[in-house]
Design a protein around this ligand. Sequence first.
Ligand SMILES: [Zn+2]
Length: 290
Amino acid sequence: MPERPDLEYVVPILNAELVGRRISGVRVKKPVVLRVAVPGSPETLLVGETFTAVTRRAHFVCFALQGPHNVEMIVSPMLAGRFALADAKSRAPGDLAVAVALADGRELRSRDDVQMGKVYVIAAGARQQVPGLATIGIDVLDDRAFTRAAFRALAQRRRDQVKIFLMDKSALDALGNAYADEVLWEARLHPKRMVRSLSDDELDRLHDAIVTVLRHAGEVVAARRPPLDEKVRDFLNVRGRAGQPCPRCGATLRTARVHADDAHFCPQCQPDERKRVFVDWRKVGEGKPS
Ligand SMILES: [Zn+2]
């Protein structure tokens, strides 16, 4: 899925290209992705509207519009959603889900080859109509908000596994599957550790890893300048590399099931603490029959 570093590259480009442009047409190729929360069709609601801003919230892309219908468009790319800006006359890709035509002859294409993403049209500001959009957690790249203390306080309330916690957008803005794995590798923590088993030192390490990994990824993606519809992932250390050697210790990287997702990790750098057998040697031998 496009994650925060991908979207932080794409969204400013969309903002620069789209703001001030008027929508002249809408083509819906894959109706299954569409969620229209106000009366009307996408065509009647969007045509005539002008883009005023494109912003990111967690893994959502929000297109603010100005015009007679007082609506906004929100795209949740989920697993495989991606954007492209193309000449409206050019051949549309097979995975085109929705195309929004601009008065200048181009179109904004929302592509999705697994059709798990969503394109919402909602009344402007009615963000509670989009599941997950109204409650988004701390911006992890905001130094003032995302302190070690704030992270520890957040972790204290958790009763889940650390990878699930990292991917919870209502807690943290925002990590998905790939970068959660990268962060856990950086912090040397097993993806299935329970959050409440983490020491303060481990939480600090995790906090710092979140910032380091996302900042670095943002820099790499920005430097590579990929086309809008491509995501750069070849620099990742563990994600997508199961079976290959760990770049840090050489052990073979593995996968583990964490709820519905696969986690990729290094069994040596990220030992599974749950399997450690604790033997209290002071009590061994004291067990006299009573
Ligand atoms: Zn390793």
